[in-house]
Design a protein around this ligand. Sequence first.
Ligand code: PAF
Length: 290
Amino acid sequence: MKTINTVAELRTTVARWRANGERVALVPTMGNLHAGHLQLVEQAKKNANRVIVSIFVNPMQFSNLNGDSGDFERYPRTFEDDCKKLSAIDYQPDIIFAPSVQAMYPAGFKRETRIEVPEISNILCGEFRPGHFVGVATVVAKLFNMAQPDVAVFGEKDFQQLLVIRRFVTDLCFPVEIIGMPTVREKNGLAMSSRNAYLSSEERERAATLYQTLQQAQQQIEAGERDFAMIQTQATAKLEKTGFRPEYFEIRRAQDLQAATDTDKQWVILAAAWLGEARLIDNIVMESPD
Ligand code: PAF
């Protein structure tokens, strides 16, 4: 496993692999790796001869693009630890690609070309984090152009992010297969996330309520309840009672995150809520029983 910091060296290495007819997978991350990330790497290894894990804390997705840098500075950076975790697994990647901000955005991200996916970028998380999905789509597109992967693997915990990525890949004709992997959870059901590092041990236990509330909503729908607004209101109240500060709790059509209707094939129940210093997101995708 080798660490590469420059785009030029990454390109030379990938070109050599490609010349040998090898299939290349990319797992984009911002580091602070947990078991969920390691499963993405395992899946990548199953789908390619060569695996690149990128570790880059992307300032553009923390920014509202007007100067506010959000929680970019305090995002946990654990590069040494991440390398240890990746070298300890059987399905070790071939390369860790860890570019500097300068290498990623030579002209500064506020002055560079951006990718904006309309309709799904400004709702839900996008409403509370303006500019976030422009930052995600732009950096992922850059990583695709730098690493030239055949396949890229992402977690389904970031459901909206995955839709944004699938959409720009289709719209802009990127020749990359996108694989989504199910959310990996702690024993109590809490979705694994780098942001869980901000939770105290007491909050970590309480945080499981987020997933339980999603499950309850799912059960209500499975039992035939179709008053989605009522389910959302009840769920929000439950989260507030447990000490969360919910941003949204929504039942949406899975395909495009628009309002759910009885005729949809698949729904997704999504929530974002603060607990203490941590902003947590989670979701459950369900087939419509009708
Ligand atoms: O999910 C993440 O860790 C990031 O949003 C990603 C996809 C690596 C882009 O910076």
